[in-house]
Structure formats: C-alpha cells, structure tokens
Design a protein around this ligand. Structure first.
Ligand code: ADP
Ligand code: MG
Length: 518
C-alpha cells in the first residue's frame, strides 16, 4: 500500500497538538485563553508606554457536552492594530509583531490567535475584533480562521468614525470552558499579575457576576524595552543562514558582521575574522558550507564579544515591585532586590526578587510560598521543576533556616529576550547555571535582610516585656528618688514616649516603605 503524504498548515498542526500550548481540557483551555488575550493587551499597552486599562467580561451562555459555553469580552487601551494587520495578526497562526529581539510576553505569534481558534472549533462561531490606533477610524471585523489554509475568512467589516479619538482593541468570542474549575487559577493569575503591575487598572467580571477589581496605585511604568539586533552568541545555524540571506550577496563578510549583529563594530569584526581564520573581504555570495561552518562555530566560541545590552529588557524595577506587593498583600514586611543584568548564551536577562511576611500573605506559620514570573507572566504550574524552586529549596536546607511565626512569600521575576522554558507549556524555567546563580544571590540578599529584621523584632518584643515591668515601677521610683533628693517630682511622660518610639520597629518599617514609594 502506498503511504499518503501531506503537509499540515500551521493552524491545523497547532489545532491537532493544542495540548502542548495549554489547551488540553475545558478548564485549562479557558484559563489559557484568558491569559493569552490578556497578555496581548498588556503587551499592547506596555510596549507603547500606555498605562494599561483592561476590562474582561466572562459570561456563561449555555451547557455543552464537555463543559459550558462562554462569551469572553476583552477590552484594552493599548496601541491598537493597524487596519492592514488586524486580520493577519488575529486570523493567522504564527503572524506576529514580536519577532524582534526585545522582551515581551508573547513570542510565537500563536498564543492569542490559538485561543480564538480554540473558541471557533468548540463553538463554531466567528470572532469579533474592534480596533483603532487612535486615528480617524475604528475598524470592526467578524471572521473565522480557515484551518486548512491558515487564513482568515471575513464575515463582515465595518469602519466607524472615531470622533472621540478612541484607541485600543476589543475582542469578543465564544469558547468552551469550565469556570468552576478554572476560576481559582484565573483569579490567582490576575492577582499575581496585578502584584507586579501596580500601574495597571484591571477589571474582571466573572460568570457569576462577581467583580474583581485590581486598581492602579501608581502611574510610574517600567521603561519599555528597545529592539536590538541579535547577539553573536545568541543565534543558531539556521538563523545565521537566514540572516546571511537577508543581506545583498555583494556585501563582504566584515560588513555583514557589523550590520547584522548587536555589539559588533569595525574593530571587533576584524579581530573576530582573524580568530576565525576567515578573509574579511569574502563576499556573502561566496560563502560555502565550509566557511559557514567555520563562521558559525567561531561566532559561538569567540569570547571577546561584548555582552548583550540590557536595553532590550524591561525589568519591573524595585519601587514598582515593592508597591505592587504592598498593594496586593498588605504584608507587615516587604523587601525587594534587583540584580544587575547578566547573560546566558547571548541572551541578556535580569533577576528581580521580593520577600514579604505576615499581613495578607496567605498560609500558615512556617510556610514559604514561591511566586514565579517570567517576562511579567505569573507561572502557576509545574513549580517543582522550576529553577527558582530548586534554589529556594537549597537555601532552606542550608544555612538559611528561616523560622517565622507567619507565612512568607518569595517573588522571583526573570526578564529576558529568551526565557529558557523547560517545555512548550511555558510553565517552568530550566536550571541554566547563570540564572541559577543570580536567583541565589538575590535570595541570599533578601534572606539576610529578613533575618536582621526578625532579630530586631524579637529584640523589640523583649524590650516591650521589660518596658511593661519598668512602667509599673517607674512612677514610684521617680517619686521616691525625687523625695530622696529633696526635689520636685520630674515629668516622666516625655521619657516614656521616647522609649516607646525607640522600640517601635513596625513604625519604622512603614516609614521605609513610604519612603521607597515616594
Ligand atoms: P504573539 O503575542 O506571540 O505575537 P498572538 O497570536 O498572541 O501572538 O498575537 C499576534 C499579534 O497580534 C501580536 O504580535 C500583536 O501584534 C497583535 N495583537 C494581538 N492582540 C493585540 C492587542 N490587544 N492589541 C494590539 N495588538 C494585538
Ligand atoms: Mg500573544
């Protein structure tokens, strides 16, 4: 029998393998869909330096075979999508504005679009998209995705006069889900996002009519990331071939290096080519497999390239992080630290970490909760196999035996142009030594400062105990000694006040927080 060969379109491929992208069952799919669209909205705001205002409505429509059918409405005030890109951006898998080297939440051009495709497959209904970049028109499309060809099929189009200069994107579609199971993940996800984005206003109305509001409390935003060219250490062979093909064949290899790569100037190019034993005047058109091989291997092994610049990253920043943790958890104690930029295999990254104790931190005495983030996305699954978990565990076993009478929360954010996820599910970060080291240093700083704070609190408690005793007798002693000295009784209230404030640690901590906030 003759085997039948055929090629799948990207839509068909991803639809058939949707589990790997987080669309495995109705509850997980609902969670993933909300997450992907929400992240697109956040990206659309942050990359354009707009303070995000995001509204999500989820309505239950009816029961279905496997779960229930919902209508999801999401509105943002981001940059909007230019008319000529709307259909492709959301009606074609693997069409993205994010195939550049800078930090963003989306990367593959399939997250949000795949959510829409999932909705279409489970309900048979088209998607409605309304978007404007703030110019004279608002564009409204309804469309479906043709799975066989990976192209949008338009059902209707309308242009509306944009009298009030509205800018942003609204997406409305139907999908199958199971909110009673997914709700706790969805709400957790939004709360944890709000924790690191206190500059965003987020509203979610759930199918039961419950409103979750995560208000904006500061109007400072992280600086947006810059786009840069790839770093020589960060590319693979296929990408190198692709880069060579995008330049004219008559260009010399030296010119190519300086134009195609980040951090490679004239001097570096000359020295590198000496190292690689490649003639600088060779034209791109004359590069054969041998030279390509030599070039590629040398690019990877040459250790004198300057490290990639961290401008492509958009870390949260210490003051924003402290504000966010404070606003969402109202802890008794909060501390944050931000490591200097570093890099692994040509990809820059920054580790930021926070630690909070008591107050609204959930859990029991002795608990140490770990909240993980990658490029500002909270990671809720696969905690046990994440590098942060490994480091925290090591520190807990080792010299940092933290004992506390209240739960503690640890926040770890890794910002990078390429997060080394363990699997396509994007939930756990691999233990890359460079990243592991930075996390460890960040946590050690936080632990050290926390232990110092704890010692101060314990000292304060003991002092309070002593004060109590002291209080009982001080008046008597004062009166007695005044009489002995044959003087008038002294005013001891002032003295007592002074002693009280000296030991009021809580007061001082909140002063520190407000100082860091202003
Ligand atoms: P990715 O986010 O990985 O690029 P998506 O399928 O989620 O892939 O989105 C595809 C593209 O659609 C994005 O790259 C972006 O250009 C555009 N897009 C999606 N949602 C929005 C939005 N809310 N506002 C502006 N642009 C958007
Ligand atoms: Mg996306």
């Amino acid at each position: 029998m003759l085997e039948e060969f055929k090629q799948l379109s990207p839509s068909e491929f991803f639809y058939r393998n949707k589990e790997i992208a987080g669309f495995s069952n109705p509850s997980r799919s609902l969670y993933t869909s909300i997450r992907e669209l929400f992240e697109n909205s956040m990206d659309a705001c942050e990359l354009n330096e707009i303070l995000p205002e995001i509204i999500l409505f989820l309505r239950r429509i009816k029961r279905s075979e496997r779960g229930e059918i919902y209508k999801l409405y999401i509105q943002d005030n981001g940059g909007g999508i230019p008319k000529k890109h709307i259909l492709n951006a959301l009606g074609t898998i693997l069409y993205s504005s994010k195939y550049v080297i800078r930090q963003s939440r989306g990367t593959f051009g399939l997250g949000g679009t795949l959510a829409l495709l999932y909705g279409q497959i489970t309900t048979g209904k088209p998607v409605k998209v309304v978007s404007s970049t703030g110019n004279s028109q608002i564009h409204q499309y309804t469309f479906k995705i043709d799975i066989k060809t990976n192209n949008p099929i338009v059902y209707s189009y309308k242009a509306i006069r944009n009298n009030r200069g509205w800018r942003g994107t609204i997406i409305e579609f139907y999908l199958e889900g199971n909110y009673s199971i997914a709700s706790r993940y969805i709400i957790n996800y939004l709360k944890l996002t709000a924790t690191i984005t206190p500059y965003a206003d987020i509203i979610f109305v759930d199918p039961n009519g419950v409103l979750y509001y995560f208000p904006r409390t500061i109007s400072k935003m992280p600086r947006p990331p810059k786009k840069v060219k790839p770093h020589p250490h960060g590319i693979d062979l296929e990408f190198l071939k692709y880069l060579i093909n995008t330049f004219p064949k008559t260009l010399t290899i030296k010119e190519f290096l300086t134009r195609a790569f980040h951090r490679v100037g004239e001097n570096t190019a000359v020295k590198f080519l000496q190292y690689a034993k490649i003639k600088p005047t060779i034209k791109l058109g004359a590069i054969n497999d041998d030279i390509l091989d030599k070039l590629y291997n040398s690019l990877r092994s040459y250790n004198k390239f300057i490290s990639p610049s961290a401008d492509v990253l958009s870390p949260i920043g210490e003051d924003i992080l402290i504000e966010g943790i404070y606003k969402e958890f109202k802890p008794e104690y909060v501390d944050v630290t931000s490591r200097n930029p570093s890099s692994y295999r040509g990809h820059p990254f920054i580790v930021e970490a926070g630690m909070a104790y008591g107050g609204g931190i959930p859990g029991q005495a002795g608990d140490i909760l770990l909240f993980r983030y990658a490029n500002k996305i909270p990671l809720l699954f696969d905690e046990g196999s994440d590098v942060s978990y490994k480091v925290l565990d090591k520190l807990k076993q080792g010299s940092y035996k933290i004992q506390s009478d209240k739960p503690i929360a640890i926040f770890i954010h890794i910002a990078s142009t390429k997060i080394p996820f363990k699997s396509v599910g994007k939930e756990a970060i691999a233990d890359v030594p460079e990243i592991e080291r930075e996390i460890e240093l960040a946590l050690k700083t936080l632990f050290r400062r926390f232990l110092k704070y704890r010692r101060r609190v314990i000292k304060k408690k003991e002092a309070e105990k002593r004060l109590k005793v002291y209080y009982q007798y001080i008046r008597l002693i004062s009166e007695f000694s005044s009489k002995l000295a044959d003087r008038e009784a002294a005013d001891i209230n002032k003295l007592l006040e002074r002693v009280k404030t000296r030991y009021n640690v809580k007061e001082r901590i909140s002063q520190t927080i407000s100082k860091q906030r202003s």
